[in-house]
Write a protein that binds this ligand. Sequence first.
Ligand SMILES: [Zn+2]
Ligand SMILES: [Zn+2]
Length: 157
Amino acid sequence: MLCQTCYEEIKPEDAMAKTPHCKPCHSAAMRARTARLKEEGICVTCGQVPALDGMVRCKKCTWRSYASKRLGSTKKWEQLRDLWLAQDKKCALTGRPVDIGNHLSVDHILPVSKYPELSGDIDNIQIVHYHVNTAKWDLPHSEFVQLCREVVEHNDS
Ligand SMILES: [Zn+2]
Ligand SMILES: [Zn+2]
């Protein structure tokens, strides 16, 4: 089998994509594709629709990317979006409005560092403001709320 770009011999198990390509040629082609799509303002994942303002992906692909990173499967993106809708498009901890491309972050209520078995469980997920999630880090929900209370009390006194 030959790479269809450089015509070097490749093992079938190393062939990338439908037309056989060696790994270096495949990577180069993917980089070129991403660069071209970014320049054109098209979603770099699906290559089908415009990317969101200031982002490299469209709305659906961004949801899918969040689902993949936070729940381990792109297929769970609709569960995430439905959760966001159920939360009235607001942060579960502050009530601030959040949206894809606008401070939305996906939080594990109980951190996966301590509860790896809950990593793919939508019931352990809440949609929060990006800054809130950065502050919460790997604290369980209840400990974070307590921490916030201490911050407020300390600063008000
Ligand atoms: Zn090649
Ligand atoms: Zn897309």
